[in-house]
Design a protein around this ligand. Structure first.
Ligand SMILES: [Mg+2]
Length: 318
């Protein structure tokens, strides 16, 4: 079966049909219409077998995740997802694998009203590149710059689940359903990004871990932060793993969480429960933006925790 047959059979009609798609998969280019008064937000991510995912991972889960990580970037700027393109490199033209991959991709696309508008298939080492496109009102884009001293630092969901899941997998240990789902099928916080428009002073999605990603916000905003470790939202399994030797690397540095980290003016604290209800996920205040620079991590008793100790170096090195 040729590349064109595979594209026609598997990559057409994926996701939700949309009025703003004038020409879909199957011509030389898609033709798309951005609504008046909206900016086009575009993000792209590549996942490489053996680097970003285990080579034998379930193709359906990989399809979901390849789109999810891109929708997470759209959520971080407050954009409403609309379209995606997909470039897939496979060692062999494996139709069953491709069908499963598209099933996972298509399930999330349909759930988030996204249309796959372009696809490309190539032979080579297994690599998935997805580009996602969304709309955001011009004057309500969420940016990394904009956090100010006194702002509250908040995160959605829970931190460290995917890192713990990966740790179990690489150690050959069984995974419970919760951790498996958090690693394989992250829920991009699209609804949260939309409700934070015009309210959050900065936002980023947590793809590389809180230390790294909050660090980008601090660098872009020209300020520092104080984060209280005991406030970090942790699932029971992660809390238990952290408690073993006070190794906070799972929630701070293991990545793959795809939660949002954002800052709010202190006056907005009372709105947090309303925002959480509107976004459909827990929201937790974990610290505050301070003048100066750098990220200070403190325990409940006020003592500092050194991020370069414990297992953290290992994560940085890997
Ligand atoms: Mg991002």
């Amino acid at each position: 079966m040729s590349e064109f047959d595979l594209i026609r059979r598997h990559l057409t009609g994926v996701g939700t049909a949309r009025d703003d798609v004038l020409v879909d998969v199957g011509d030389d280019c898609a033709l798309l219409r951005v609504p008046a008064g909206r900016e086009l937000a575009v993000g792209i991510d590549t996942l490489v077998a053996g680097v970003h995912f285990l080579p034998d991972c379930d193709p359906e889960a990989l399809g979901w995740k390849a789109l999810a990580v891109n929708l997470s970037d759209l959520a971080a700027v407050g954009a409403e997802p609309a379209w995606a393109t997909l470039a897939l490199t496979m060692p062999e033209p494996d139709e069953a694998w491709l069908a499963a991959f598209v099933r996972g991709f298509g399930a999330l696309a349909a759930a988030e009203d996204v249309r796959l508008v372009g696809g490309d298939l190539t032979r080579g080492p297994l690599t998935v590149t997805v580009q996602a496109h969304g709309f955001v009102p011009a004057d309500h884009v969420l940016r990394r710059a904009g956090a100010r001293p006194g702002d509250l630092i908040c995160v959605s969901g829970a931190l460290g689940d995917a890192g713990l899941a990966l740790r179990h997998l690489t150690q050959g240990e069984p995974l419970d359903e919760y951790l498996r789902g958090r690693l394989d099928r992250p829920s991009p916080r699209v609804a949260l990004g939309e409700v934070l428009r015009g309210l959050a002073t900065s936002a980023i999605d947590l793809s590389d871990g809180l230390i790294s990603d909050l660090g980008h916000v601090l660098a872009a905003s020209g300020c520092g932060a104080r984060v209280e470790l005991e406030r970090l939202p942790l699932a029971d399994q992660v809390a238990a793993a952290v408690a073993v030797d006070e190794d906070w690397s799972l929630p701070l540095a293991s990545g793959d969480d795809y939660e949002l980290c954002f800052t709010l003016p202190p006056a907005a604290l009372g709105q947090l429960p309303v925002l959480a209800a509107a976004a459909g996920c827990p929201l937790t205040t974990i610290g505050e933006i301070v003048a100066g620079q750098g990220l200070r991590l403190v325990r409940a008793d006020g003592s500092g925790w050194n991020a370069t100790g414990g297992g953290y170096d290992h994560f940085v090195a890997s």
